[in-house]
Design a binder for this molecule. Structure first.
Ligand code: ATP
Ligand code: MG
Length: 392
């Protein structure tokens, strides 16, 4: 945002005043040139972490071993990272050591793709040593330097390339793509948690099928613990900025729920996927009942509608809108809206709580939701006395 850029500029000014070099780097420069809002505005500097800390009044060590200091002197926090090069990558995921350097050029060389390896000075000058700007215009993702070396150093970059192709609708340059396939086996070394973050971003993106098409029928698929189904289906999927849609679709199209554990999805995410799969089944049987609409949140219906639409031959663009309208039209949206509570039931009967109470409440809710009973205290009381006496 504007205030992140302003804060970054102030950080740079303060560092320059102390004779250090400082620039904006990475994604923020890329997004600025694309006319997009940046996710975060990062600063890189020739100052060592200790030197950066001495320039500002309030800082936090957020990744001191990588040379990152968080400066909170201004309206927005700014991550300031010392120019560095990476040592050898014997484990194919992390550098053995990071070496702080005073040269911006060295720092830009270690970055993954040409579009991510540009820097910008506060006056607007762009430092572009690898033709990142021209690749932005050509809409190409290209590794910086020797592609084979770059993916073998850190195989997470394979997923990052797929992620950027999905977010930006860019194609991956041929040599870069070949190197991704040749290095795919190194994905085994990468923590699933880190891979999940990239999948979340792919699933949330506008063009997830760009990533899928670069995975399907390639060596990458072998190392992802869950082959992707037909590309044609993924092309029909509208992810609408919601990663749960992608996870649900992946599980649905492969029948492999184990994926969610493999990628360390949270319990909440697993619950949402499970509910969305149930709602998909309901949708396949026709119009959902009022009770089904009541039981599952709108967000779950959104996921189920998007996935159903992609797998049924006849797409219904209005499916979710219709469901939402039907759900909104229910007499109550949640249990809290019921005109009576368990307390009332106990007062009317003079009985203590117990299994009967839950049962009675359930049957009142069903009847209210189905429209057989008005959500009105007196009406519910009359109905309850009548029904309950009959039952008891
Ligand atoms: P986003 O918009 O998602 O924040 P980003 O390009 O800023 O995308 P970050 O993960 O925030 O990506 O990383 C910031 C910068 O650090 C990148 O633009 C890139 O220059 C560099 N970078 C990040 N991860 C790697 C990596 N695994 N290998 C090499 N360079 C990387
Ligand atoms: Mg970023």
């Amino acid at each position: 945002t504007d205030s992140s850029w302003q804060a970054a500029s102030k950080v740079i000014e303060a560092l320059e005043e102390q004779q250090f070099e400082a620039v904006i780097v990475g994604g923020a420069v890329r997004d600025f040139l694309l006319g997009k809002e940046a996710n975060d505005v990062d600063v890189a500097t020739s100052a060592l972490p200790e030197e950066t800390k001495a320039v500002f009044t309030k800082t936090f060590d957020v990744g001191i071993e990588h040379g990152t200091v968080l400066v909170v002197d201004f309206k927005e926090p700014v991550e300031v990272t010392t120019f560095r090069t990476d040592g050898d990558y014997t484990d194919h995921r992390r550098p053995d050591e990071v070496i702080f350097v005073r040269s911006l050029e060295e720092d830009l060389k270690r970055r993954d793709f040409t579009i991510n390896a540009m820097a910008m000075r506060p006056n607007g000058d762009i430092i572009d040593l690898f033709n990142g700007r021209s690749d932005l215009v050509k809409r190409i993702i290209r590794a910086v330097g020797n592609a084979h070396e770059r993916f073998s150093e850190d195989a997470l970059r394979i997923l990052r390339a797929l992620r950027f192709s999905a977010q930006l609708d860019f194609r991956i340059e041929e040599k870069t793509q070949q190197a991704m396939y040749d290095s795919a086996a190194f994905l085994e070394k990468i923590a699933r948690e880190r891979m999940k973050i990239e999948f979340d971003k792919i699933f949330k993106s506008t063009y997830p099928s760009n990533a899928i098409s670069a995975i399907n029928d390639t060596p990458i698929a072998t190392y992802l613990h869950g082959e992707f189904m037909e590309l044609a289906l993924w092309k029909k999927l509208q992810t609408a900025g919601n990663e749960i849609i992608g996870w649900t679709f992946w599980v649905y199209t492969t029948g492999n729920r184990q994926l969610l554990d493999d990628y360390r999805c949270s319990n909440e995410e697993k619950k949402q996927v499970a509910q969305a799969l149930i709602c998909m089944e309901i949708l396949q049987q026709g119009d959902p009942s009022k009770m089904a609409l009541f039981l599952y949140d709108e967000s779950i219906w959104q996921v189920a509608s998007a996935c159903s639409n992609a797998v049924t031959p006849q797409q219904k663009p209005q499916l979710f809108e219709n469901i939402r309208a039907q759900k909104k039209a229910l007499p109550i949206q949640s249990r809290q809206e019921l005109a009576i509570s368990g307390r009332d039931l106990m007062a009317w009967t003079g009985k203590k709580g117990g299994p009967w109470l839950k049962e009675a409440l359930e049957s009142i809710i069903v009847n209210v939701v189905m429209g057989r009973l008005q959500n009105d205290e007196q009406q519910i009381k009359d109905w309850f006395k009548h029904e309950w006496n009959n039952q008891a």
